[in-house]
Design a protein around this ligand. Sequence first.
Ligand code: SAH
Length: 352
Amino acid sequence: METKLVDLLDKLNREHSLELEEYQFLLENINPDLMNLAAEYARKYQNQYYGNKVYIRGLVEFTNYCRNNCYYCGIRRGNNNCERYRLKADDIIACADEGYKLGFRTVVLQGGEDFTYSDEDICNIIKGIKASHNDMVITLSIGERERDSYQKYFDAGARRFLLRHETANPELYAKLHPKELSFEHRMKCLHDLKDIGYQVGAGFMVQSPGQTPKDIAMDLKFIEEFKPDMCGIGPFISHKETPFAKEASGTLEMTLFLISLLRMIYPQMLIPATTALGTIDPRGREKGIQAGANVVMPNLSPTSVRKMYTLYDNKICTGEEAAECINCLKNRIASVGYEIVTDVGNRAGFID
Ligand code: SAH
């Protein structure tokens, strides 16, 4: 392998930081040896901070109504062929109950930006879950709202928030989203969330339409500087009812390589092996763990609505009951020498 590539990984291992051009050079020269070397470094940190433990989060996709019209997303407002659903507060709380019984100590409430749920509704759902399971950590992933709303959810008991930045390049942001969505507001939300005291998850799609290695290098620089507690990445996968229907999906290789680089950039960070990764490769999530990821997010949504929450085509795990889902994942994770644990799963070094 070219010594410059080996030297760059060595530098990243020592300094947890590279120049933008250096990241770009690594990404432009991705090859199997380079991926293996990065994964070795990544596993060293994964082992140091998390051993062979993999955290689980129970994902409840509670609404697929969305006011936004993101060009990549299957539940965009403009998709008239999307059958819509929204779960009632009691149903959402029941999903969390079931998750608790199955051993989950983190529940992620995710949805489109559905303002039918007022701040009060969201707070009542959070309080409803906390009332019976005070030791369960509640993560929200409901998109952009204003700071005072985020503060209300925090005061009601939510402690984590997933809001992918999608891309750190404002120009690419404008190519992936309609005009009414702004890069600045997304970034403001991320800073507000961190400021309020949430553990924050940023993240981006890998090889979204028009994304260049330089754009990805900008994402890595952003993660280096913003230091989110979690970074979720997955390949872009086209959805047939979106403007990007004909665009190529992101690759397994690039996603795995980026998981390893992220682990090297911020060794304690929580990094999920995402459903999108499991969708482009039958063993994608296992490979993600071996590349340095330490979180998986099995689905807890009622099976009756699973197929309707389709952000991209061919999404996996839309048929099984929650219990089956978790067993399947346990076996998959065990097959590569890791172990799923029942734990709230904070970032290593996180102080409550
Ligand atoms: N509406 C919420 C959360 C739901 S979307 C929000 O805005 O944060 C969750 C994530 O799925 C998005 O952040 C995006 O990165 C990813 N996603 C959406 N469409 C996708 C696609 N076609 N391929 C891969 N990932 C996609």
